[in-house]
Design a protein around this ligand. Structure first.
Ligand code: NAP
Length: 214
C-alpha cells in the first residue's frame, strides 16, 4: 500500500484519481483550501487535508510520509494572469520544495499540451497560462525529484476509453479527464515513466502499452 497526496484534491481529475487509488487500497490525501469540499473527498475514499497552495502557509506537514505527490491543481479558466503565476507555477513550485524538504522523491505534475516550450515574453491570457505551466515543469525537471510531466490535450468529461496517444508532441486533440487519471495511476506504478515528459490525447493504444513505449 502506498500513500499518495493529490494537490488540488477537489479537482475533477484529482477526484477520479483519488477514487481509483482508494479503491485499490492506497492511502490517499487530497489537499483542499475549502472545508466545504470535505464530504466529496471522503465519498471518494480520500482523506481531506486543508492546505492552500498559494500564500505563505507551510505545505510540508500536509505531505509528510507520503510515497508520491501528484500536482493536479490549477487556477482554473476564470482566473487572471496573476493567479497563473501564483497557482499554476507558484503552487507547483511550493509543492516541489516541500517534497524535497520531506524526502519524497516521486512527483507527478498535470501540465498542459503547449507547455513544452516557453511562450514569448509578455504573453497574456492563455500564453501566461502556458508560461506558468512550462516554468513549473522546468522547475520540476531541474529539481532532482523522480518526476513525470503529463501534458494532456483539451480535457473533456466524457467516459474514459482507455485508449491514448502518448508522445513528446502528439498534435492537437482531446482526452477525457478519467483517462488522464488512469494515465497518472499507471505512471505511479511504472518506474519507467520517471524522468519523462509527454503529451497525451485520446488514441488507439492501451495506457500501459503507450507508457511502456515511452
Ligand atoms: P479543476 O477541476 O479545475 O481543479 C483544479 C483544483 O485546483 C480545484 O479543486 C481548485 O480548488 C484547486 N486549487 C486552486 N487553487 C488552489 C490553491 N491555492 N490551493 C489548493 N488548491 C487549489 O482541474 P481539472 O479540470 O481536473 O484539470 C487539472 C489540470 O489540468 C489543471 O492544472 C489544468 O490547468 C490542466 N489542464 C486543463 C486542460 C483543459 O482543457 N481544461 C487541458 C490541459 C491541462 P478550488 O475549488 O478551491 O478552486
Amino acid at each position: 500500500m502506498s500513500t499518495v497526496v493529490i494537490a488540488g484534491g477537489h479537482g475533477k481529475i484529482a477526484l477520479i484519481l483519488g477514487r481509483l487509488l482508494a479503491e485499490r487500497g492506497d492511502a490517499v490525501r487530497g489537499l483542499i483550501r475549502n472545508p466545504d469540499q470535505d464530504e466529496d473527498l471522503r465519498a471518494a475514499g480520500v482523506k481531506p487535508v486543508l492546505c492552500d497552495l498559494e500564500g505563505d502557509g507551510d505545505v510540508t506537514a500536509a505531505i509528510r510520509e507520503a510515497d508520491a505527490v501528484v500536482f493536479a491543481a490549477g487556477a482554473g479558466p476564470g482566473s487572471g494572469d496573476a493567479r497563473k503565476e501564483t497557482m499554476d507555477k507558484g503552487g507547483a513550485v511550493k509543492l516541489i520544495e516541500a517534497a524535497k524538504a520531506e524526502g519524497i522523491s516521486r512527483y507527478l505534475i498535470v501540465s498542459s499540451m503547449g507547455a513544452d516550450k516557453a511562450p514569448e515574453d509578455g504573453a497574456e491570457g492563455f500564453g501566461a497560462y502556458l508560461r506558468a505551466k512550462f516554468e513549473a515543469d522546468e522547475a520540476l525537471r531541474a529539481s532532482g525529484l523522480d518526476y513525470t510531466v503529463v501534458r494532456p490535450g483539451g480535457l473533456t468529461d466524457d467516459e474514459p476509453t482507455g485508449l491514448v496517444r502518448i508522445a513528446a508532441g502528439t498534435g492537437r486533440g482531446q482526452i477525457p479527464r478519467a483517462d488522464v487519471a488512469a494515465v497518472l495511476l499507471t505512471c505511479l506504478d511504472e518506474p519507467g515513466t520517471i524522468g519523462k515528459s509527454f503529451d497525451v490525447i485520446t488514441g488507439d493504444t492501451s495506457i500501459p502499452e503507450a507508457l511502456a513505449a515511452l
